[in-house]
Design a protein. Structure first.
Length: 325
């Protein structure tokens, strides 16, 4: 039996107020002084994460030096992460719809991503080959743009979430498994791991949407559905989800035959106060412990293996070649 594979992706980005409007001036990266606390956990388990970095990270010495040290020690892989509102050229209106890069006109999306690639290549010394759209905003032109810019992996999909009400993509019908994107370049699409878990299968997304309608929020229907084991929407992350949630999601996906898992988080969570998930030093201790417990569970209890994005692509390409032979 093939062993399950774990990919860890860190959305490595500037600090900003998650409850406020998007702001081109919010470009601080002071939390990168503390990224070693997270990297130490990865090193304990010989995990090479993908640091998918955005323009503020790729263009400021504080964050560049922190990442270069990790990368030079072969401790990570460097990818690209596009936050359009802080990435030149600044030709679009800053609003929620335009925060999804795939909603931008094709040439503007490409120009911003090309700017980001140049910054990473010039300042970090790495040509990124994996990409994760900011806010999971993969659009109708993104695959062609990735091919033109030489990317091999896309990490943008986020099943089973639907961002349509906010102007973003709908991943409610996406599989949790990787797939090859058809086009002029063979690009592997690797989703962030997530699923509806529970005894409700048919119509799970529709039921969840009904249960979470603003008009019904006072009834706490989603909590009731979760407590009776009917339906839960889970996302493989230490942010907003407990270790027990991540273990339950992993076992459910394994039962469905899924063998590839993506564990995701945001770099500012290493500094208390930068994200809603880590507000205090105690939260940070719990956050890092949740990562450790999950890695212990996946790599030791499940006897899984860890790969970087490009390693996973190479592995799956070999498997597909064997299947074709």
């Amino acid at each position: 039996m093939e062993r399950p594979i774990l990919l860890v992706v860190v959305d490595t980005e500037e600090e900003f107020d998650w409850s406020a409007d998007f702001d081109r001036q919010s470009t601080g990266v002071a939390h990168m002084r503390d990224i070693g606390k997270l990297q130490q956990v990865f090193d304990e388990f010989s995990i090479r994460p993908v640091y998918a970095i955005d323009y503020p990270i790729a263009s400021q010495r504080e964050s560049i030096d922190a990442l270069a040290a990790i990368h030079s020690a072969h401790g990570c892989e460097i990818g690209a992460h596009l936050h359009p509102w802080v990435t030149p050229p600044f030709d679009e209106t800053v609003n929620r719809r335009n925060s999804y890069p795939g909603n931008l006109p094709r040439e503007l999306e490409k120009a911003k991503l090309a700017t980001l690639v140049r910054a990473i290549e010039t300042n970090v010394g790495v040509r990124p080959r994996s990409y994760k759209a900011g806010r999971y905003g993969f659009g109708p032109n993104t695959a062609a743009t990735l091919a033109e810019l030489g990317f091999d992996v896309d990490l943008s999909p986020c099943p089973p979430f639907d961002f349509g009400d906010d102007g973003g993509p709908d991943y409610s019908g996406y599989s949790a498994e990787p797939r090859w994107i058809d086009g002029p370049r063979r690009i592997l699409s690797i989703p962030t791991s997530g699923a509806y878990v529970g005894f409700v299968r048919d119509g799970a997304h529709g039921l969840y949407r009904t249960a979470t309608k603003p008009s019904l929020r006072a009834l706490h229907l989603s909590g009731i559905l979760a407590r009776i084991g009917a339906l839960e929407r889970l996302h493989l992350s230490p942010e907003g989800y407990a270790f027990e949630d991540n273990r339950r999601l992993t076992r459910a996906l394994l039962q469905r035959g899924v063998l590839t898992f993506t564990f995701s988080l945001h770099s500012p969570s290493v500094k208390p106060g930068c994200t809603p998930y880590v507000r205090s030093e105690a939260d940070l201790v719990q956050f890092l412990d949740s990562c450790r417990r999950y890695f212990e569970f996946f790599l030791r209890e499940l006897h899984g293996v860890s790969m970087s994005a490009l390693e996973l692509r190479g592995h799956l390409e070999q498997l597909s070649e064997k299947a074709r032979a």
